[in-house]
Design a protein around this ligand. Structure first.
Ligand SMILES: [Ca+2]
Ligand SMILES: [Ca+2]
Ligand SMILES: [Ca+2]
Length: 417
């Protein structure tokens, strides 16, 4: 089976660094085509369509963050294939999120190196707004919208505009692996949360914002992206990367069952309009469908976690709506809202799985998630295509899917007609 061979190849690749796959080596679901839309020459971490800011041009451009290069690139469509990426803005530090507004402002999430701040000496995430004021297609103004988001092992990531007057929703990954170890200390409630802020805010510190208005949901590990349901825009979907290893607290007297040391990557849904701030259970609660048989929570086996955070409140914790399994690194998220792929695919959710850090073939896929008519219940999910290290994805207006692969390319996925 080609999928297995591909997985074996990727396994070897994991040890040596991955090279981009050519479209002839990727195998999509029947009826789909994958083409290389553009080569970024960097490590694309996030992508979003937005207005072409050049005077007289009213089309769209694809904006892409290059994580290693610290740049925001703009790619023009040259009749179905991308042109040479241009630098729209630079001077970022490991950017992981991008979002473009209808007015041509582009928002970029990145991380500052460790510094003194409201939560002590540590690394902080921030969101920039960049603007091309003179209409030459290159940003000439750049300022920080929101700062002081506590970062660490995971940082400030993908963004989306909400149904509430276009408030800016931001994912902020947890600074640790399991709440107590594997990263800088947590700052609650912001570590592992979604927050919202006005896109017109300027140089605001999250520490100075009212929690009641700002905090959308919490109790997560790494949350990389978010997307609002096209059926009910009060429902926000967020994928989470589960715990890598909760065995740090294991002792000879109280050994941790290795089968219970890892937590699945999960898909969550929260209501942004019900005045409740859901807590999704990290780090006291874990999820592992293989071990539990379903999405019922079990308690983190690391005694240090329970000492600090208390037991998993199994009856109260808000359960995930789906699981992506262990170590798939399920990250970027987008809904197919157009008719381009037919009724069957309309309003389906697509997830980029960067893949396992542990040498297993888990992930390295774009996964299709089918929801029921309410758009709230997952009915099924399957692999749409295997890719090396897909991290984020987005649709264009015509309904083609674009995938930022961390190995360099932007892939374009279409349904053959
Ligand atoms: Ca300019
Ligand atoms: Ca809520
Ligand atoms: Ca995204």
């Amino acid at each position: 089976m080609l999928g297995t061979l591909l997985a074996a190849g990727l396994l070897a690749g994991a040890m040596t660094g991955r090279s981009p796959a050519s479209p002839s080596t990727v195998q999509p679901e029947t009826g789909f085509t994958v083409t290389t839309y553009a080569m970024t020459g960097g490590t694309p971490s996030s992508l979003a369509f937005g207005p072409d800011t050049r005077d007289g041009n009213d089309g769209a451009r694809l904006y892409v963050t290059d994580n290693a290069g610290g740049t925001l690139l703009a790619i023009d469509d040259m009749g179905g294939v991308g042109g040479q990426p241009q630098v729209f803005a630079d001077g970022f530090n490991g950017p992981l999120g991008v979002l473009a507004a209808p007015d041509g402002s582009v928002y970029v999430a990145d991380a500052e190196a460790a510094r003194e701040g409201p939560y002590g000496f540590r690394s902080y995430g921030r969101v920039w707004r960049v603007i091309d004021k003179d209409g030459d297609g290159v940003a000439d103004k750049k300022y920080v919208v929101l700062k002081d988001l506590p970062n660490g092992r995971h940082n400030t990531n993908g963004m989306a505009f909400g149904p509430d007057d276009g408030m800016l929703y931001i994912t902020n990954g947890n600074s640790t692996d399991d709440g107590v170890e594997g990263g800088e200390s947590e700052v609650l409630p912001w570590s592992g949360s979604v927050v919202r802020v006005s896109p017109r805010a300027k140089k605001v510190s999250v520490a100075d914002l009212p929690r009641r208005k700002t905090l959308v949901a919490r109790g997560w590990r790494n949350v990389y992206d978010l997307a609002f349901s096209p059926i009910d825009d009060s429902k926000l979907f967020v994928p989470m990367n589960g715990i890598d290893d909760a065995r740090q607290g294991s002792t000879a007297e109280n050994p941790v069952d290795p089968d219970l040391a890892d937590s699945d990557d999960t898909l969550h849904m929260t209501d942004v309009d019900d005045r409740r701030v859901d807590h999704f259970g990290f780090p006291s609660c874990m999820f592992n469908v293989t071990e539990q048989g379903d999405l019922s929570p079990f308690e983190n086996p690391n005694p240090d976690v329970l000492d600090k955070f208390g037991p998993c409140r199994k009856n109260k914790v808000v359960r995930p709506v789906s699981s992506f399994g262990l170590h798939t690194s399920s990250d970027g998220l987008a809904f197919q809202t157009s008719d381009a792929w037919g009724d069957d695919y309309k309003n389906d959710l697509f997830v980029a799985q960067w893949g396992s850090l542990f040498g297993s073939p888990a992930g390295h896929n774009v996964v299709r998630v089918q929801l029921d008519a309410s758009g709230q219940k997952v009915e099924s999910q399957n692999v749409l295509v295997d890719l090396p290290t897909p991290l984020d994805l987005t649709f264009d207006e015509a309904g083609s899917l674009y995938v930022a692969d961390f190995s360099g390319p932007i892939y374009k996925i279409d349904k053959a007609v």
